[in-house]
Design a protein around this ligand. Structure first.
Ligand code: SF4
Ligand code: SF4
Length: 458
């Protein structure tokens, strides 16, 4: 099935520069121990350090039980300030020396399968896969690996693999994946407008649409290997593994060069970022430190910091939240609480409109602004069909929304709310500023609950 719907963003304030820089080692690192990432992967992690202990960047902080030890390395050198169920806090000494990965080798693909799997787990690379493989045998369940090199959000339009310097890293990452997942067919997915960048020769290449949200895992799976990633009932196809391009680079750095798995490679972009671009950031870096180093001052804001994509990410509730290993993006937009009166009467030099009703659409050198404002507030649905035109999975969001609003949610099931991937485009383009996608999500959840209840009663 080809890609339909979606949206092509042009010329926004705060687009990331195509350059990878490193943030200095943070003054403090905050590592999740149980409630967040590992719990969602159903992993029980044992804490190996205690308050007052000195740790080295790369030494083990946490590890799983069982025959294959899945480790979490310390991202900084320093002293453990606290360690418990709510997390580990390390006061960093600011030095950037690293303890090399034990057992790393120039060519991990020449190791036996058990050995390469052991290195993958003990080095912390398992965290980049986003799912737990408990034993080497479980790697055999993966038949497709999709590497996402797709970039088409409002803030990441000028991406290039050249920012990672050494092209051999990507090739070595792919060879390592082949050794880990010998049954898997590996496909690199990239936008049509970036096809010149991929020539690894180590994997298939699939050219995809330049429209957002083609980087969404569900669409990547559908359009590269023609598999449905999440079923209507909500179960995930375990034969498909989707990795980000930067994760493959990191796997090569860790397993072939011995750099411990202590970084996140993040796009930090948006109008609130002083130098929007790509950053190598130590995991555990608190958002307060990202704010201090990379964000514009609050008198130019205030700023809303979003972990993840602008439309589907989650706002940071506390500056003590910290960067996680699989984070790929931080978006920062202006918090704009004051309503713009008569906005629709203005020419729109700085704002985007799906309806092409703004001056900015025709004057491309004017950067368009992104902020949190509803710009006039919610109005009734005018049945303009913008939401169903952009919906990348071909459903009718406004029909589902209407049934949910009428408390007639079960009637909406025939419009397939369970196909929604939560990209948020319907909310973005709606001229009436209706929160369409939360209603679609609500209908999908009810559908899944109903199906589960039916299965129990059968
Ligand atoms: S209904 Fe879901 S998939 Fe369709 S545009 Fe809205 S959020 Fe995206
Ligand atoms: S975009 Fe908004 S106004 Fe237009 S049909 Fe969808 S919900 Fe209604």
């Amino acid at each position: 099935m080809g890609f339909s719907g979606g949206y092509r963003f042009k010329n926004f304030e705060g687009v990331a520069e195509t350059v990878l820089k490193s943030l200095p080692v943070p003054g403090k690192a905050v590592i999740d121990t149980g409630s967040g990432m590992y719990a969602s992967m159903k992993m029980k992690m044992k804490i190996l350090v205690h308050e007052g202990e000195t740790v080295r960047a790369g030494s083990r902080l946490l590890e799983s039980g069982g025959d294959w030890s899945h480790a979490v390395p310390s991202p900084v050198n320093g002293t453990v300030a606290s360690a418990g169920e709510n997390g580990i806090v390390i006061d960093s000494d600011g030095s950037d020396s690293l303890e090399p990965v034990s057992g790393h080798t120039r060519a991990p693909w020449e190791l036996g399968h058990d050995e390469v799997f052991g290195l993958f787990c003990s080095s912390g690379c398992w965290m980049l896969a986003g799912r737990q493989f408990e034993t080497p045998g479980e790697c055999g369940s993966v038949n497709y690996i999709i590497i996402s090199a797709v970039h088409n959000g409002p803030l990441d339009q000028a991406w290039s693999p050249e920012m990672f310097d050494d092209p051999a890293l990507f090739t070595n990452g792919i060879k390592t994946l082949k050794a880990l997942f010998p049954q898997a067919k590996i496909t690199v997915a990239i936008n049509k407008n970036s096809k010149k960048y991929i020539s690894s020769g180590e994997a298939d290449v699939c050219l995809l649409s330049d429209k957002y949200p083609q980087e969404h895992p569900e669409l990547l799976s559908r359009d590269t290997v023609q598999r449905r990633l999440v079923s209507p009932e909500g179960t995930t196809d375990q034969s498909v593994l989707v990795l980000n391009y930067a994760h493959v680079i990191q796997i090569a750095e860790v397993m072939t060069l011995g750099r411990p798995c202590v970084d996140s490679i993040l796009m930090v972009a948006g109008p609130g970022v002083s130098q929007p671009g790509w950053y190598r950031v130590r995991t555990g870096t608190p958002f307060s430190e990202i704010k201090q180093r990379l964000l514009k001052s609050d008198d130019k804001g205030p700023w809303r910091i979003v972990r993840g994509n602008l439309f589907s990410g989650v706002g940071i509730a506390s500056p003590d939240e910290s960067v996680r290993p699989r984070d790929t993006e931080i978006s920062v937009i202006r918090e704009h609480a004051v309503r713009d009166l008569w906005r629709f009467m203005t020419p729109g030099f700085a704002w985007d409109s799906y309806m092409k009703a703004t001056a900015a659409e025709y004057i491309p050198f004017l950067p368009k602004r992104l902020d949190s404002n509803l710009h006039g507030g919610e109005r009734p649905c005018v049945q303009c069909n913008a939401c169903d035109e952009v919906c990348p999975v071909g459903i009718y969001p406004f029909l589902i929304w209407k049934h949910v609003m009428a408390e007639n949610t079960e009637e909406s099931f025939r419009f397939r709310p369970y196909d929604c991937i939560g990209c948020g485009l319907c909310d973005y383009v709606c001229p009436s500023k209706i929160d369409v996608s939360p209603a679609v999500r609500q209908a999908a959840e009810l559908y899944r609950e109903t199906r589960r209840a039916d299965e129990v009663s059968d």
